[in-house]
Design a protein around this ligand. Structure first.
Ligand SMILES: [Zn+2]
Length: 463
C-alpha cells in the first residue's frame, strides 16, 4: 500500500497533468501580433488554481486578452529574500500536418514502452513548468493556511503572457510599469533539469544561469526606382539586398569562449582530441564545419559565437514590373556576453564590407546577454532539491542560446535560473527538438519530479 506521502505526491502530479492539459487546450498561440496570444484564458485557469485564503492575487492586462497573473504568499519577515516562480502562459504556432496527435488536444497517451506522456504545444515550452509551479504554489498556500508552511520571505507565482515574442506585453511591460508587483531576489523559470552527461552514478543536471543577448536589427537597403523593362545598370535595391543576405550568411565571426563554455565541455563525454579542439579558438570552427550532426554543430556554434540569421525580407509594395527603391531585411542577431550595441555595429560593418554604406540599420530589440552567479542560497537549495530523487546528481551551470524572461529579472537585479527536473530516460538531443517543433510532449514522471522540485526549493529557500 502507498504511504500517505506517496499518495499526496501522486495527487499533486495528477493536478499538474490536468492543469497542463487544460492550458494546452486553451491554445494561447502567440504569433507575434498584438492581437494573438489570448493568454487571459490561461490566466483565468491559473487564478482558479492558485486562489485561496493565504494568497493575494493581482491581474494585469496591458492589452485586451493578454492578462498576466501574480499570486503572493506573504512571508513573515519583510526583509527576508523573496522567491518568484515565473512561467509563461503563451505558446508558439504549430504546423499541425507535422504532428502525430492533435497539437491542442492535451491528450494523455501511453507509449509502447508504457510511458505516459501529455501531448501538445507547450508541453515542454513551458506549460509543463508553469502548470507544475502553479500546483506547487497552491499546495504551499494550503500548507500556509493550516500553519504547516511559514515562509520568511514572500513566495510569488507569476504567470506571464507574451514571452515567445519578446515580452513587450508581458514581463517587459510588468518590469516597466509594475516592478514592485513582481520584484523578487530569487527567480526560477524555464528551462533546466535535463540529465546532461556525466557517469550514470553521478549525472550532471543542467541549470540555465546565463542567456545570450538579443540584438534584432532591421536593415533597409536603398536603391533607385525604375521600370522593370530596362534593368541594365540600374540601382536595384533587391539585388543589393541579396548581396547583403549573402554576406551575412557567409560571415564568420571569431569564436569566443566563456567560463560556462569550458564548464560545459568538461561535462560532455568526448574524446580527448575533440575536447581539445572545442577548447581551442583556432580549431573549433573547422571541427564544427565537419561535425556529422548539423543540430549539434549549430548548437555548439551558437554557444561560442555571436550569430547572424537573416530571417525576413519585405519590399513594401513590390511589383513584378517595378525596380524596387528599398528592401528591408530583418536579422536575428544573438550576442555572446560582452557584445553590446557597439560590437554588433562593428560585426555588421565587417560582414557587409562595402555594402554597409548602402544599408540603414535600426534596432528592433537590444537586450544584452545576462548571467546570474551560482554562489547563492538558491543554487544550493536547488542542488539539495535535485538530490532528493537523485542523491548523487550534481548541478552544472549552462548558457541558453535563446532568450527567456529571466533576462528581465536579471536586469532588475534578481538571481534567476532556468530550472525543472526531468526523468533520466529523456534523451537531451531529441528532447531539444521538441521545443517549437512537432510532436511536443512530456512524460508524467518529469511532471512529478518538477512539481516536487519547486515544492522542495520553496520550502528550503524561504525557511
Ligand atoms: Zn519558453
Amino acid at each position: 500500500m502507498a504511504s500517505s506521502d506517496e499518495r499526496e505526491l501522486d495527487s499533486l502530479t495528477d493536478r499538474t497533468v490536468e492543469l497542463l492539459q487544460t492550458m494546452i487546450r486553451n491554445e494561447c498561440v502567440n504569433d507575434g501580433t498584438r492581437e494573438s496570444g489570448h493568454e487571459t484564458r490561461n490566466a483565468d485557469v491559473l487564478e482558479q488554481v492558485i486562489a485561496g485564503p493565504s494568497v493575494d492575487i493581482e491581474r494585469f492586462e496591458p492589452v485586451p486578452g493578454r492578462a498576466s497573473i501574480v499570486g503572493r504568499i506573504t512571508g513573515s519577515d519583510p526583509d527576508a529574500a523573496s522567491l518568484c516562480l515565473m512561467g509563461h502562459t503563451d505558446v508558439v504556432p504549430v504546423h499541425a500536418e507535422g504532428w502525430r496527435h492533435d497539437p491542442f488536444g492535451g491528450e494523455l497517451i501511453r507509449t509502447a514502452e508504457g510511458v505516459d506522456e501529455v501531448w501538445g504545444r507547450g508541453a515542454v515550452d513551458m506549460l509543463n513548468l508553469t502548470s507544475s509551479m502553479a500546483v506547487a504554489f497552491r499546495d504551499l498556500a494550503d500548507a500556509a493556511a493550516r500553519g504547516a508552511f511559514r515562509p520568511r520571505g514572500d513566495l510569488i507565482f507569476f504567470g506571464v503572457a507574451d514571452e515567445e515574442s519578446g515580452s513587450a506585453h508581458g514581463a517587459r511591460w510588468m518590469a516597466d510599469h509594475h516592478p514592485d508587483a513582481i520584484r523578487a531576489e530569487f527567480v526560477l523559470t524555464e528551462n533546466g533539469g535535463l540529465h546532461s552527461g556525466g557517469p550514470s552514478e553521478a549525472p550532471f543536471i543542467g541549470v540555465n544561469v546565463a542567456e545570450k543577448g538579443v540584438a534584432w536589427r532591421k536593415l533597409t537597403v536603398r536603391g533607385t526606382p525604375g521600370h522593370g523593362s530596362m534593368p541594365f545598370r540600374k540601382d536595384n535595391a533587391l539585388v543589393k539586398a541579396a548581396g547583403v543576405v549573402q554576406r551575412l550568411a557567409e560571415y564568420r565571426p571569431t569564436p569566443r569562449f566563456t567560463e560556462l563554455w569550458r564548464t560545459r565541455v568538461d561535462t560532455l563525454e568526448l574524446s580527448d582530441e575533440m575536447r581539445a579542439a572545442l577548447l581551442d579558438e583556432s580549431l573549433i570552427d573547422d571541427l564544427l564545419d565537419d561535425l556529422p550532426s548539423v543540430p549539434a554543430a549549430a548548437h555548439l556554434h551558437a554557444c561560442t559565437h555571436t550569430t547572424f540569421s537573416p530571417n525576413l525580407v519585405d519590399g513594401g509594395a513590390m511589383k513584378t514590373n517595378v525596380i524596387p527603391d528599398h528592401v528591408v531585411v530583418n536579422v536575428d542577431i544573438r550576442t555572446l556576453p560582452g557584445d553590446g550595441a557597439e560590437e554588433v555595429d562593428a560585426h555588421l560593418r565587417a560582414a557587409l564590407g562595402d555594402l554597409a554604406d548602402h544599408v540603414e540599420v535600426e534596432i528592433i530589440m537590444n537586450d544584452p546577454s545576462s548571467t546570474s552567479r551560482v554562489d547563492t542560497p538558491l543554487w544550493d537549495a536547488l542542488a539539495r532539491a535535485v538530490n532528493v530523487p537523485f542523491p548523487t546528481a550534481r548541478l552544472t551551470p549552462q548558457l541558453v542560446v535563446g532568450f527567456t524572461d529571466a533576462r528581465i529579472y536579471r536586469e532588475m537585479g534578481a538571481v534567476a535560473y532556468g530550472a525543472g527536473l526531468f526523468s533520466p530516460g529523456l534523451d537531451a538531443g531529441e528532447f531539444g527538438s521538441r521545443f517549437h517543433g512537432h510532436d511536443e510532449r512530456i512524460d508524467v514522471e518529469s511532471l512529478a519530479l518538477t512539481t516536487q522540485l519547486w515544492s522542495h526549493v520553496c520550502r528550503d529557500v524561504l525557511a
